[in-house]
Design a protein around this ligand. Structure first.
Ligand code: ADP
Ligand code: MG
Length: 380
């Protein structure tokens, strides 16, 4: 990928330029916890975006996407928003940097990536954080890393219409090889934990389905969580978010809230605890416990939170049957990937069985990605 970028850059823009990169991400555990003020536990992965960039002194950006084989040129004022979706991410990052008082000089760039698009690995965050990081470096802006992540998030909000949380950009900017990052979504405090699963691999199995209900179901889940939190708050005023509540506090209000809200809250409170348990396990190097927690999360997402689907439950059940160490649906649910922690010697057999049996049942093959926890935004 780097060589191709170098060659194309030389052809289009000549000598010079510097290389920057950033990464997609996984979330090991901590699902549907962000809007409940709980923890997420992501890490950057070994696929991402690489860009070569050189200031051009022209007050505009000239960008070439190798993957789309497309050249776009745009100015740096608000009204210069380009048509192409991919270019809007770069434009948005320029605008959001400028809004924060950062200097943004015109530049030439050639870039490419290897994060599968729309698979739940956040290729868009990889793209944003590559450019947020690079523009900050090249212009000597000194914007801190958290603000760089927010530049990516605001780009999604204001230039592509995706109202995302901070996790994807946070992981992409802060990612470190061999570490996952526990982020407290209420206080934004974060802490690195070692993730060096020697003898295991992280395998993502992409069901390649996306069931429609996602957004209406999401709003209903949020309402249930808020309702449960409000009921608990009457007894325990310190509860800002559902994640602040103890399990016994939920039991106290069981008769006051609909059964459905109770189950949703039961999942969320359990999930917050599971993130903490996984962090403890990682400090001991206990990957078997990590795996067991992943299965518990899947159970909760499927039966209590009810955001799984037939395809994902099928993949999870197969993993359990084959003694895969850990497996769960990753992301919001109703489709996308399962994330699996698999003993190395079991990997080939598991992947082969998943492909064959999934295709036999659902009529199309899943996609498989092996990922390693790696560095996030950086200069190469
Ligand atoms: P994801 O879940 O992977 O983030 P999104 O729909 O949010 O999916 O973002 C995908 C979009 O990001 C693509 O449509 C494209 O505009 C941009 N993008 C991601 N990777 C690349 C790439 N390698 N080259 C150009 N654009 C990219
Ligand atoms: Mg995205």
């Amino acid at each position: 990928m780097k060589t191709k970028i170098q060659e194309k850059f030389a052809t289009l823009f000549g000598e010079g330029g510097e290389m920057f990169a950033s990464a997609g991400r996984i979330n090991l555990i901590g699902e549907h916890t962000d809007y409940n003020g709980g923890y997420v536990f992501p890490g950057a992965i070994d696929c991402g975006i690489v860009a070569k960039i050189k200031p051009n002194g022209l007050g505009k950006v000239r960008a070439y996407s190798l993957d789309y084989d497309e050249f776009v040129e745009f100015g740096l004022a608000e009204e210069d928003k380009p048509e192409q979706q991919w270019a809007r991410y770069i434009f948005g990052v320029c605008r959001e940097t400028a809004k924060r008082g950062g200097k943004v000089e015109g530049f030439d760039t050639v870039f490419a990536g290897d994060v599968p698009l729309g698979a739940g690995l956040s290729s868009s965050a990889a793209l944003e954080s590559t450019f947020a990081f690079a523009i900050n470096e090249l212009n000597g802006n000194g914007i801190d890393k958290f603000e760089l992540a927010k530049i990516g998030q605001s780009t999604e909000h204001n230039y592509t219409g995706v109202k995302c949380g901070i996790m994807d950009q946070f992981a992409s900017v802060f990612g470190k090889a061999g570490s996952l990052i526990r982020l407290n979504c209420k206080t934004l405090e974060y802490k690195y934990f070692p993730f060096n699963p020697v003898g295991y691999k992280l395998v993502l199995i992409d069901s390649c389905v996306k069931h429609e209900l996602a957004s209406s179901a999401y709003n209903k889940r949020r309402a249930s969580c808020e309702n449960a939190a409000a009921a608990i708050r009457k007894n325990h005023p310190e509860v800002d978010f559902l994640s602040d509540a103890k399990r016994v506090w939920l039991d106290e209000v069981r008769d006051e809230i609909p059964e459905e809200d109770f189950l949703r809250a039961e999942y969320v409170i359990g999930e917050v605890q599971r993130v903490l348990d996984v962090c403890d396990a990682l400090e001991r190097g206990d990957y078997e416990t990590v795996g067991e927690m992943m299965y518990q999360t899947h159970f909760g997402l499927s039966r209590l939170y009810e955001v799984s689907c037939e395809e994902l439950d099928f993949l999870n059940k197969l993993a359990r049957k084959m003694d895969v160490t850990g497996s769960r649906v990753m992301g919001g649910g109703f489709g996308g990937c399962t994330i699996n922690l698999v003993k190395e010697e079991l990997c080939d057999a598991f992947i082969a069985a998943a492909k064959e049996q999934f295709e036999a049942k659902f009529g199309h093959a899943p996609k498989v990605y092996n990922v390693v926890i790696s560095d996030g935004a950086r200069k190469l």
